[in-house]
Design a protein around this ligand. Structure first.
Ligand code: NAG
Length: 999
């Protein structure tokens, strides 16, 4: 509505200019028809401007009516007369929708609105610009489908619509009259469906096709291969299937063929029918191609890039590659090829990228590789290469990535000494080989650019050199699963950028570095299975980014510093199998994200802190083999996400909490060898529990199949030696019992008349009408005290009806809407029938000429919105969040597919999901759209605006509601519920939406 309003305003402005401005203008007019035309152009430009918010004021400053529009920024006029020939404002922030009036610029030749922040759809009126030769809307936020009317642009040479959010199918008529087209670019959108088979029938002069990165499916049209001038064909990153039309391998001018990341299959034709003399770039990665890589490529003397990774090509690693001197990139990785690294690679003097990993290559790494001076990326990992790593690799002065992981390479790390020549080296992966010997001190001479040094799973011995700390940019160091000894050098605490430190599974001894808290970037600290001794430094709580701290299987023997339990990013904490002692701090609630806590086999004692109940993401907790005492805290009932709980071998007393039987995810529960007593609960995890998980608790009873004593009722076990009690007690029970019963019946009757209790809503008056007076009484005359909320539809009150039932009463605004009033009762009857566990029931309605209300089930536990965002909210575990969203999904499934006619919601959002006493989610406000609008759900008026942030783009811009727009809102809610961020959070500005952020 707002946009139309702006259009209207700009039209009024331009019309008044026509009347007053043009009359006052003294410039001589060439002829009257041109004056008319020029006025049309002016009106069109002003309408164009009027739709844009122009946040930088570019148009506001320059596009003023006291200057001829031919002198406005971005406008050029033709040589003859005052008509707009070029509208070009690339890279200027305009924001807003593209006005359809632009179709009136009938002399327009070039339209360049690249990167201007446009949204909305492409107006079909663009198809009226018959003189247009160049159209670029690249890099905007345009959505909707591509208008087929563009097929009328018979002079068009460049059609560039890439990098938008265009969807739906490519219209088959898009290029029907566009005979001069040289370039079409539709890439990076969300186009789907097949590529129309005859799309390119008229485009004889087409040189360049770029339709990569969409969701196109179906085959590659055979007609493409008839485009004799075609040089560039990019169809990568779609879902195209079938075989490649064989004639494509015969296109004499084709320079770039990019079909990667589709579902294509079949073979590349063998040499007779293969001729791509102009080919420079070939990308076929991530498809299902089979057969050998044909010799035909050997004739592509201009080939620079050949990227075939992740297919099913078989046969030998092609040796003819070494005869194509212009090659810069070779990737054959992940094909079941055989062979060894071809000799003669050093002929490829331009080669920068060589990826032969995951191929089953045998033999040694030839030293001649080190003569390829420009090589920056060398991947030879996950093969069967043997021998040592050639020292001469250090000659590759451009080397940036060296990946030799997962081979059978042996020998020492001597090559580190020459590798220090590679000043740009960032990634060094040599893990998973059989490398042995010590880590040389000159490891510290490797490039200071180094980000990753991964040498795990080798046979390295000796200590960690203190020179490691010279690698000051290192993010990730991994020497795990070697045979290292000695201590961790204190110097590594200088590596301020370290994110992951993994020295686990060695025989490293000594204490943790005392200054370990200097590693401020550290997220993952893996030191398990070593021989570390001493204490965990108190300062470890300063590592505020820590997510994983795994120190199990060492000989650490201090207390656990309480600061550790304030690390709110911690996900996994494992200190099991050490000699840690003392008690746990009372407050561990800082561990908001923790899912795994392992403290088993230490010497911990004291009670289990109540605050465990606040670690609600916890799925695994092992406190076994310690000396914990007292009872299992009540707060454990919050830990409903638990999958595994082991409290065995402690001194826990008291009874087994019944709530453990309600934990639906709990698979493993071990309570053996404690001092637990009383009845073993039934159901849930206890249904399948076995004796070893409960044994060693002499006071337990129940579970006869496991051989425990049957439980004796408490009342019977009271002291029965006393005769007086034996006689007196039953009589007292009988007397008080009958009094209590009488009282109960009376009170219940009273309450039913008056009290705030649940009455079965089914009993409630569904067949009788409820009056305004009754609702007014129930809500104390709609008093503010009973107001529950205000929404776009009206106000909601809490009320108690005369029969005691507490209900919510929704009073709808705007009862005057005529057509709505007519159908209101009919619709209400329909919605009244909608019954689902996860919908708020409509119990009754009240409607007369100036008042309409719905009587709804009352939800005492607030909304999802409050649960997620209000102050002092309860903590929500992952599974609870999942539960709630499942509830919502069930309700929507019912409304969309199971109800006898489709009910759209049109305003799904967290404030419309309410909770009953059991915290089951109920969707509210469904069908309101229908109530307000009668039966036409497809057009939504201003009274049904939806909610910003949750509204589907097509709903927002076109008012088109559908099951899909409900689904969109659901998706946004899903992101909100699991990230805790509102889609309207201030951080989401300009182009960053919650969707992009999550992506
Ligand atoms: C359109 O704008 C883009 C971005 O500035 C520029 O690269 C391109 O050359 C322009 N095209 C024409 C024909 O002006």
């Amino acid at each position: 509505m707002a946009c139309n309003w702006i259009t209207t305003v700009s039209l009024v402005v331009s019309l008044s200019f026509l009347v007053f401005g043009a009359a006052a203008s003294s410039s001589p007019a060439p002829n009257s028809s041109n004056v008319d035309g020029s006025n049309t152009d002016l009106a069109a430009l002003l309408a164009f401007k009027g739709q844009l918010s122009d946040p930088l004021g570019i148009l506001a400053r320059s596009w003023t009516t006291n200057v001829s529009f031919c002198r406005w920024v971005g406008i050029s006029c033709g040589r003859r007369g005052q008509r707009v020939a070029v509208l070009s404002l690339p890279d200027m922030l305009l924001q807003g929708e593209l006005s359809p009036h632009i179709g009136n610029l009938s002399f327009l030749n070039k339209l360049n609105l690249t990167n201007t922040g446009l949204t909305g759809t492409i107006p079909s009126d663009l198809g009226r610009l018959r003189r247009l030769t160049y159209l670029s809307l690249f890099g905007n936020g345009l959505s909707g489908s591509i208008p087929g009317t563009l097929g009328n642009l018979s002079r068009l040479e460049f059609l560039i619509l890439s990098n938008n959010r265009l969807s739906k199918q490519i219209p088959p008529e898009l290029l029907q009259n566009v005979g001069n087209l040289k370039k079409i670019s539709l890439g990076n959108n969300d186009l789907s469906g097949h590529i129309p088979p005859y799309l390119f029938n008229k485009t004889t002069f087409l040189r360049s096709i770029y339709i990569a990165n969409n969701s196109l499916s179906g085959p590659i049209p055979d007609g493409l291969a008839s485009l004799a001038m075609l040089q560039i064909l990019y169809l990568n990153d779609n879902q195209l299937s079938g075989t490649v039309p064989p004639r494509i391998y015969n296109m004499s001018r084709l320079q770039a063929l990019s079909l990667g990341n589709n579902n294509l299959n079949g073979t590349i034709p063998s040499n007779q029918s293969f001729s791509l003399p102009a080919l420079q770039e070939l990308y076929l990665y991530k498809n299902n191609f089979v057969g050998s890589i044909p010799l035909g490529f050997a004739a592509c003397q201009h080939l620079q890039i050949i990227v075939l990774y992740t297919n099913f090509f078989t046969g030998f690693v092609p040796t003819w590659l070494t005869q194509l001197p212009q090659l810069t990139i070779i990737s054959l990785a992940g094909n079941p090829l055989v062979g060894s690294i071809p000799a003669g690679l050093s002929n490829l003097t331009s080669l920068t990228w060589l990826d032969l990993s995951f191929i089953n290559m045998i033999g040694r790494i030839p030293t001649e590789i080190s003569r390829i001076q420009k090589l920056s990326h060398l991947f030879l990992g996950v093969n069967l290469l043997t021998g040592s790593i050639p020292t001469s690799l250090g000659n590759l002065s451009s080397l940036c990535v060296l990946d030799l992981r997962g081979d059978d390479l042996e020998g020492g790390l001597d090559f580190f000494s020459s590798l220090s020549n590679c000043k740009n080296l960032q990634i060094l992966h040599i893990q998973g080989n059989s490398l042995s010997g010590r880590i040389p001190d000159y490891v510290g001479n490797l490039s200071t650019q180094l980000l990753q040094l991964l040498a795990n799973n080798n046979d390295l011995t000796g200590g960690l050199p203190s020179t490691l700390s010279n690698l000051s940019n290192l993010r990730w160091i991994d020497f795990s699963s070697n045979l290292l000894t000695g201590t961790i050098p204190e110097s590594i605490t200088m590596m301020k950028n370290l994110v992951t430190l993994d020295f686990s599974r060695n025989a490293i001894s000594g204490p943790l570095p005392t200054q370990i808290s200097n590693l401020r970037s550290l997220q993952r600290l893996y030191l398990f299975r070593n021989k570390l001794i001493g204490s965990i430094p108190d300062s470890i709580g300063n590592l505020t980014k820590l997510e994983y701290i795994l120190l199990s299987n060492n000989q650490l023997n201090s207390t656990i510093p309480s600061s550790l339990f304030h690390l709110d990013k911690l996900i996994r904490l494992d200190f099991s199998q050490n000699s840690l002692n003392g008690t746990l701090p009372p407050d561990i609630s800082g561990l908001k994200q923790v899912t795994y806590i392992g403290l088993s086999s230490n010497c911990l004692l004291g009670g289990i802190p109540e605050s465990f109940g606040q670690t609600m993401m916890l799925t695994y907790l092992n406190l076994s083999h310690n000396s914990f005492e007292d009872s299992i805290p009540d707060s454990f009932q919050e830990l409903t996400s638990l999958v595994s709980l082991d409290l065995s071998y402690n001194n826990l007393s008291g009874t087994i909490p019944k709530f453990l039987a309600n934990f639906t995810e709990l698979r493993t529960l071990n309570l053996s060898f404690n001092r637990l007593e009383g009845k073993i609960p039934e159901g849930g995890v206890f249904s399948n529990i076995t004796l070893p998980l409960l044994i060693g608790n002499s006071g337990l009873c129940g579970a006869p199949h496991l051989g425990f004593q049957p439980c004796i009722q408490h009342s019977h076990s009271s002291n029965n030696k006393n005769l007086l009690v034996k006689i007196l007690f039953p009589s007292v029970v009988i007397v008080f019992g009958s009094i209590a019963l009488c009282a109960y019946v009376t009170i219940k009757r009273k309450l039913q008349n008056k009290g705030d209790i649940q009455v079965d809503p089914d009993d409630f008056m569904s067949h009788r009408l409820i009056s305004y007076r009754e609702l007014a009484l129930a809500t104390d005359h709609f008093s503010e005290n009973n107001l529950l909320g205000t929404g776009s539809f009206g106000k909601v009150y809490k009320g108690q009806l005369s029969n005691g039932l507490v209900v919510a009463i929704k009073v709808l605004l705007d009862p005057q809407l005529e057509q709505a009033t007519r159908s209101f009762d009919a619709e209400c009857r329909v919605l009244h029938m909608a019954r689902h566990r996860n919908l708020i029931r409509i119990l009754n309605t009240c409607s007369n000429l100036d008042f309409r209300a719905l009587v709804l089930q009352y939800m005492p536990n607030g909304s999802l919105q409050m649960l997620l965002h209000s102050e002092g909210r309860r903590q929500l575990g992952f599974l609870k969040r999942l539960d709630i969203m499942l509830d919502v999904a069930m309700a929507m499934e019912y409304l969309h597919h199971e109800h006898h006619d489709v009910v759209l919601h049109c305003d799904l959002k967290p404030s419309n999901v309410l909770f009953d006493t059991d915290m089951t989610g109920h969707v509210a406000d469904f069908g309101i759209a229908k109530l307000l609008l009668g039966n036409d759900n497809s057009l939504i008026t201003a009274s049904m605006p939806g909610t910003l942030g949750y509204m589907a783009p097509e709903y927002g811009s076109l008012g088109k509601a559908s099951r899909k727009s409900d689904m969109f809102s659901y998706g946004i809610m899903l992101l909100e519920v699991f990230t805790g961020k509102r889609p309207t959070d201030p951080m989401f500005i300009a182009d960053l939406s919650i969707r992009q952020w999550v992506r």
